[in-house]
Design a protein around this ligand. Structure first.
Ligand SMILES: Nc1ncnc2c1ncn2[C@@H]1O[C@H](COP(=O)(O)OP(=O)(O)O)[C@@H](O)[C@H]1O
Ligand SMILES: [Mg+2]
Length: 248
Protein backbone atom coordinates (compact mmCIF):
# COMPACT_ATOMS: atom_id res chain seq x y z
CA UNK A 1 0.00 0.00 0.00
CA UNK A 2 1.12 3.50 -0.80
CA UNK A 3 2.43 5.49 2.17
CA UNK A 4 1.84 9.23 2.23
CA UNK A 5 4.24 10.99 4.62
CA UNK A 6 3.52 14.56 5.72
CA UNK A 7 6.56 16.40 7.11
CA UNK A 8 5.10 19.15 9.23
CA UNK A 9 5.67 21.53 12.10
CA UNK A 10 4.06 24.83 12.88
CA UNK A 11 7.50 26.39 13.23
CA UNK A 12 9.62 27.58 10.34
CA UNK A 13 13.32 26.84 10.03
CA UNK A 14 13.19 23.53 11.89
CA UNK A 15 14.34 21.39 8.97
CA UNK A 16 11.02 20.39 7.39
CA UNK A 17 12.14 20.96 3.81
CA UNK A 18 15.64 19.56 4.30
CA UNK A 19 14.04 16.46 5.81
CA UNK A 20 11.32 16.13 3.17
CA UNK A 21 13.94 16.28 0.40
CA UNK A 22 16.33 13.85 2.00
CA UNK A 23 13.75 11.38 3.28
CA UNK A 24 12.27 11.31 -0.24
CA UNK A 25 15.73 10.91 -1.79
CA UNK A 26 16.72 8.31 0.81
CA UNK A 27 13.68 6.21 -0.05
CA UNK A 28 14.26 6.63 -3.81
CA UNK A 29 17.88 5.62 -3.41
CA UNK A 30 16.70 2.26 -2.07
CA UNK A 31 14.72 1.71 -5.26
CA UNK A 32 11.29 2.91 -4.13
CA UNK A 33 9.37 5.15 -6.48
CA UNK A 34 8.78 8.44 -4.69
CA UNK A 35 7.00 11.70 -5.45
CA UNK A 36 7.77 14.76 -3.33
CA UNK A 37 5.06 17.43 -3.30
CA UNK A 38 6.05 21.00 -2.45
CA UNK A 39 3.12 22.55 -0.58
CA UNK A 40 5.00 25.55 0.79
CA UNK A 41 4.57 28.90 -1.03
CA UNK A 42 8.27 29.45 -0.23
CA UNK A 43 9.01 26.80 -2.89
CA UNK A 44 12.19 25.64 -1.13
CA UNK A 45 11.70 21.94 -1.79
CA UNK A 46 11.34 22.46 -5.55
CA UNK A 47 14.34 24.78 -5.71
CA UNK A 48 16.36 22.53 -3.42
CA UNK A 49 15.98 19.73 -5.96
CA UNK A 50 16.78 21.94 -8.92
CA UNK A 51 13.21 22.27 -10.17
CA UNK A 52 12.80 25.96 -11.01
CA UNK A 53 11.05 28.07 -13.62
CA UNK A 54 8.39 25.51 -14.47
CA UNK A 55 4.86 26.71 -15.22
CA UNK A 56 3.07 23.48 -14.42
CA UNK A 57 2.90 23.45 -10.63
CA UNK A 58 0.80 22.18 -7.75
CA UNK A 59 -1.12 25.47 -7.81
CA UNK A 60 -2.63 24.93 -11.28
CA UNK A 61 -3.42 21.31 -10.44
CA UNK A 62 -5.24 22.27 -7.21
CA UNK A 63 -7.27 24.81 -9.19
CA UNK A 64 -8.26 22.13 -11.71
CA UNK A 65 -6.34 23.68 -14.60
CA UNK A 66 -4.36 20.51 -15.37
CA UNK A 67 -3.52 17.12 -13.81
CA UNK A 68 -0.82 16.77 -11.19
CA UNK A 69 2.50 16.82 -13.05
CA UNK A 70 5.85 15.84 -11.60
CA UNK A 71 9.35 16.82 -12.72
CA UNK A 72 12.47 14.65 -12.75
CA UNK A 73 15.36 15.21 -10.33
CA UNK A 74 18.97 14.05 -10.27
CA UNK A 75 17.96 11.11 -8.12
CA UNK A 76 16.50 8.26 -10.18
CA UNK A 77 13.04 7.24 -8.86
CA UNK A 78 12.44 10.65 -7.30
CA UNK A 79 10.11 13.15 -8.98
CA UNK A 80 8.84 16.47 -7.65
CA UNK A 81 5.53 18.25 -7.99
CA UNK A 82 6.70 21.86 -8.05
CA UNK A 83 5.28 24.40 -5.65
CA UNK A 84 4.43 27.99 -6.41
CA UNK A 85 4.43 31.30 -4.59
CA UNK A 86 0.84 31.64 -5.78
CA UNK A 87 -0.12 28.86 -3.35
CA UNK A 88 -0.36 31.52 -0.65
CA UNK A 89 -3.57 32.70 -2.34
CA UNK A 90 -5.21 29.26 -2.41
CA UNK A 91 -7.49 29.90 0.56
CA UNK A 92 -9.15 32.88 -1.19
CA UNK A 93 -9.16 31.36 -4.67
CA UNK A 94 -11.02 28.26 -3.50
CA UNK A 95 -13.54 29.89 -1.18
CA UNK A 96 -16.87 28.36 -2.08
CA UNK A 97 -15.29 25.29 -3.69
CA UNK A 98 -16.97 22.24 -2.12
CA UNK A 99 -14.72 19.76 -0.29
CA UNK A 100 -11.68 21.91 -0.85
CA UNK A 101 -9.90 20.06 1.98
CA UNK A 102 -9.74 17.04 -0.35
CA UNK A 103 -8.31 18.75 -3.45
CA UNK A 104 -4.88 17.15 -3.07
CA UNK A 105 -6.28 13.79 -2.04
CA UNK A 106 -8.36 13.68 -5.23
CA UNK A 107 -5.38 14.66 -7.39
CA UNK A 108 -3.32 11.87 -5.89
CA UNK A 109 -5.81 9.09 -6.65
CA UNK A 110 -4.28 8.24 -10.08
CA UNK A 111 -0.84 8.16 -8.39
CA UNK A 112 -1.69 5.24 -6.09
CA UNK A 113 -0.14 2.69 -8.42
CA UNK A 114 2.63 4.92 -9.70
CA UNK A 115 4.55 5.57 -6.47
CA UNK A 116 5.19 3.62 -3.31
CA UNK A 117 5.76 6.80 -1.31
CA UNK A 118 4.41 10.33 -1.43
CA UNK A 119 6.31 12.88 0.69
CA UNK A 120 4.56 16.16 1.49
CA UNK A 121 6.67 19.19 2.40
CA UNK A 122 4.20 21.27 4.43
CA UNK A 123 4.25 25.01 5.09
CA UNK A 124 4.67 26.22 8.69
CA UNK A 125 1.14 27.62 8.86
CA UNK A 126 -1.72 25.30 9.73
CA UNK A 127 -3.95 26.59 6.93
CA UNK A 128 -5.81 25.05 3.98
CA UNK A 129 -2.57 23.73 2.42
CA UNK A 130 -1.65 21.85 5.56
CA UNK A 131 -5.24 20.65 5.97
CA UNK A 132 -5.04 19.28 2.40
CA UNK A 133 -1.80 17.52 3.30
CA UNK A 134 -3.20 16.00 6.51
CA UNK A 135 -6.42 15.02 4.71
CA UNK A 136 -4.50 12.71 2.36
CA UNK A 137 -1.51 11.65 4.48
CA UNK A 138 -1.34 8.23 6.03
CA UNK A 139 1.30 9.38 8.49
CA UNK A 140 2.92 12.45 9.94
CA UNK A 141 6.50 13.15 10.96
CA UNK A 142 7.45 16.25 12.95
CA UNK A 143 11.01 17.59 12.67
CA UNK A 144 12.12 19.43 15.80
CA UNK A 145 14.95 21.82 16.18
CA UNK A 146 16.55 20.87 19.46
CA UNK A 147 15.99 24.17 21.26
CA UNK A 148 14.16 25.47 24.25
CA UNK A 149 10.41 25.57 23.44
CA UNK A 150 10.92 23.02 20.66
CA UNK A 151 7.74 21.34 21.94
CA UNK A 152 5.55 24.43 21.63
CA UNK A 153 4.43 24.05 18.06
CA UNK A 154 4.00 20.32 18.57
CA UNK A 155 0.81 20.50 20.64
CA UNK A 156 -0.83 22.68 17.96
CA UNK A 157 0.12 20.14 15.29
CA UNK A 158 -1.24 17.29 17.42
CA UNK A 159 -4.51 19.22 18.01
CA UNK A 160 -4.97 19.70 14.28
CA UNK A 161 -4.23 16.01 13.68
CA UNK A 162 -6.94 15.08 16.19
CA UNK A 163 -9.48 17.28 14.41
CA UNK A 164 -8.51 16.00 10.96
CA UNK A 165 -8.77 12.40 12.15
CA UNK A 166 -12.30 13.08 13.35
CA UNK A 167 -13.56 15.05 10.40
CA UNK A 168 -11.56 14.23 7.28
CA UNK A 169 -9.05 11.42 7.53
CA UNK A 170 -9.33 8.75 10.26
CA UNK A 171 -6.30 6.99 8.69
CA UNK A 172 -3.83 9.72 9.66
CA UNK A 173 -1.31 8.62 12.28
CA UNK A 174 1.44 10.59 13.97
CA UNK A 175 4.36 8.22 13.46
CA UNK A 176 7.25 10.18 14.89
CA UNK A 177 9.25 13.26 15.77
CA UNK A 178 12.96 13.66 15.25
CA UNK A 179 15.62 16.21 16.08
CA UNK A 180 17.38 18.12 13.35
CA UNK A 181 20.35 20.49 13.46
CA UNK A 182 21.44 18.58 16.52
CA UNK A 183 24.63 19.62 18.24
CA UNK A 184 25.36 17.42 21.20
CA UNK A 185 27.92 19.82 22.57
CA UNK A 186 25.10 22.20 23.37
CA UNK A 187 23.71 21.22 26.76
CA UNK A 188 20.49 23.14 26.21
CA UNK A 189 19.66 20.97 23.24
CA UNK A 190 20.49 17.77 25.04
CA UNK A 191 18.12 18.67 27.88
CA UNK A 192 15.34 19.62 25.48
CA UNK A 193 15.75 16.27 23.75
CA UNK A 194 15.47 14.38 27.05
CA UNK A 195 12.41 16.38 28.03
CA UNK A 196 10.62 15.63 24.77
CA UNK A 197 11.55 11.97 24.97
CA UNK A 198 9.87 11.74 28.37
CA UNK A 199 6.84 13.72 27.23
CA UNK A 200 6.29 11.67 24.04
CA UNK A 201 8.09 8.38 24.76
CA UNK A 202 6.66 6.48 21.80
CA UNK A 203 7.07 9.23 19.25
CA UNK A 204 10.62 10.56 19.47
CA UNK A 205 12.73 8.61 16.97
CA UNK A 206 16.18 7.30 17.83
CA UNK A 207 17.87 8.94 14.85
CA UNK A 208 18.95 12.55 15.25
CA UNK A 209 20.06 14.66 12.31
CA UNK A 210 23.28 16.41 13.19
CA UNK A 211 24.09 19.99 12.35
CA UNK A 212 26.05 19.83 9.10
CA UNK A 213 27.16 22.55 6.72
CA UNK A 214 26.82 20.23 3.72
CA UNK A 215 23.10 19.78 4.37
CA UNK A 216 22.74 23.53 4.02
CA UNK A 217 24.88 23.64 0.86
CA UNK A 218 23.28 20.84 -1.16
CA UNK A 219 19.99 22.66 -1.98
CA UNK A 220 21.91 25.60 -3.45
CA UNK A 221 23.15 23.17 -6.07
CA UNK A 222 19.73 21.61 -6.50
CA UNK A 223 20.84 18.33 -5.00
CA UNK A 224 19.79 15.96 -2.25
CA UNK A 225 22.48 15.02 0.26
CA UNK A 226 23.04 11.52 -1.19
CA UNK A 227 23.88 12.99 -4.59
CA UNK A 228 25.89 15.90 -3.20
CA UNK A 229 27.88 14.32 -0.38
CA UNK A 230 27.15 10.60 -0.04
CA UNK A 231 29.74 10.06 2.69
CA UNK A 232 28.71 13.04 4.82
CA UNK A 233 27.17 12.98 8.29
CA UNK A 234 23.96 14.30 6.76
CA UNK A 235 23.74 11.38 4.33
CA UNK A 236 24.48 8.89 7.12
CA UNK A 237 21.85 10.46 9.40
CA UNK A 238 19.10 10.66 6.78
CA UNK A 239 19.83 7.09 5.66
CA UNK A 240 19.35 5.98 9.28
CA UNK A 241 16.15 8.02 9.58
CA UNK A 242 14.79 6.38 6.42
CA UNK A 243 15.51 2.94 7.88
CA UNK A 244 13.59 3.88 11.01
CA UNK A 245 10.67 5.23 8.96
CA UNK A 246 10.57 2.06 6.85
CA UNK A 247 9.89 -0.13 9.89
CA UNK A 248 7.30 2.14 11.54
N1 LIG B 1 21.00 19.39 9.89
C1 LIG B 1 21.22 20.63 9.41
N2 LIG B 1 22.46 21.16 9.50
C2 LIG B 1 22.69 22.41 9.04
N3 LIG B 1 21.80 23.19 8.46
C3 LIG B 1 20.54 22.72 8.33
C4 LIG B 1 20.19 21.42 8.79
N4 LIG B 1 18.87 21.23 8.54
C5 LIG B 1 18.42 22.35 7.95
N5 LIG B 1 19.42 23.26 7.82
C6 LIG B 1 19.32 24.62 7.27
O1 LIG B 1 18.44 25.36 8.11
C7 LIG B 1 17.59 26.20 7.36
C8 LIG B 1 16.14 25.84 7.61
O2 LIG B 1 15.92 24.51 7.17
P1 LIG B 1 14.62 24.10 6.34
O3 LIG B 1 14.74 22.65 6.05
O4 LIG B 1 14.43 25.02 5.20
O5 LIG B 1 13.49 24.35 7.44
P2 LIG B 1 11.91 24.55 7.28
O6 LIG B 1 11.48 23.88 6.02
O7 LIG B 1 11.36 23.90 8.51
O8 LIG B 1 11.66 26.02 7.27
C9 LIG B 1 18.01 26.02 5.91
O9 LIG B 1 18.91 27.03 5.57
C10 LIG B 1 18.69 24.66 5.90
O10 LIG B 1 19.66 24.56 4.89
MG1 LIG C 1 10.39 24.63 4.39
Amino acid sequence: MQRVLAISNRKGGVGKTTSAINIAAGLARLGHRVVLIDLDPQVNASRGLGVTGVDVTLHGALLGEHPLKAHATQMPNLVVVAGSEALSGLEQLTSGVPNREYLLRTLLTPWRERCAFVVLDCPPSLDLLTVNAYACATELYIPLEGQLYAADGVSKVLDLVARIRQRLNPQLQVKGMFFTRFDKRKILRRETAEELRSQYPDLVLTTVIRESILLGEAPHLGQDIFSYAPESAGAVDYAALVQEILVR
